[in-house]
Design a protein. Structure first.
Length: 206
């Protein structure tokens, strides 16, 4: 079966719909209307219906969407039917805080290992994952078939580390470094720049 080609912004919204469906499941809701699901995800109902047409007809007119069925389809499309291995590079303050976040496994991601220039056995116990030297990165990526990485290194080394990740076989990077990475077309980068987000919010409170 060929992979669906879905626009990047739509993929982001699919994740929002999935989170909203998870909340509905937790509340034992069996069906949800497009209006209710769209509101929970923060989008318009017309946008929701358009996004879901990428993978067939969902929902019954007058009844809405079956929460279990739509959740299962989104899990399949987003590739989280099994735990996806992820690595983190840069186990400093931010990296360590992310490693302690308990929500990754719940959402279908498993941090296989962290990498740092100064690995230490003591920190592995504290962080719950092995903290390895960069020299072991390529081997672990190949052994565990890792395709995703979280990058929490300083800006001045981020591009160099990204190059190393791509050479090892990483195809998707969640970048926390305040720099735009130059990557090949087959590699996807999502940037999380906290300062830019705060600047954006600052505009709206003037």
């Amino acid at each position: 079966m060929s992979k669906l080609i879905i626009p990047r912004k739509t993929v982001y919204r699919l994740s929002l719909y999935y989170r909203a469906l998870q909340r509905a499941r937790a509340n034992r809701v069996e069906t949800v209307s497009s209006a209710a699901l769209a509101k929970a995800a923060g989008v318009k109902p017309t946008q929701l219906r358009k996004d879901l047409t990428y993978f067939g007809q969902f929902g019954t007119r007058g009844l809405g969407y079956n929460v279990e069925q739509l959740s299962a389809r989104l899990t399949d499309v987003l590739g989280t039917t099994r735990l996806q291995p992820v690595i983190l590079v840069g186990a400093g303050n931010l990296g360590s805080a992310l490693l302690k976040y308990p929500g990754f496994a719940k959402e279908g991601f498993e941090v296989a290992a962290a990498f740092d220039l100064n690995p230490s056995r003591g920190r592995a116990k504290e962080l719950g994952v092995p903290v390895l030297p960069m020299t072991k990165l390529k081997d672990l990526v190949h052994e565990q078939l890792v395709k995703m990485a979280i990058l929490t290194v300083p800006a001045h080394v981020a591009q160099e580390v990204a190059n190393e990740l791509i050479e090892a076989g990483i195809m998707a990077i969640l970048n926390f470094a305040p720099i735009i990475l130059q990557v090949p077309d087959h590699v996807v980068v999502n940037n999380v720049d906290v300062a830019i987000e705060l600047e954006n919010l600052s505009y709206f409170i003037q």
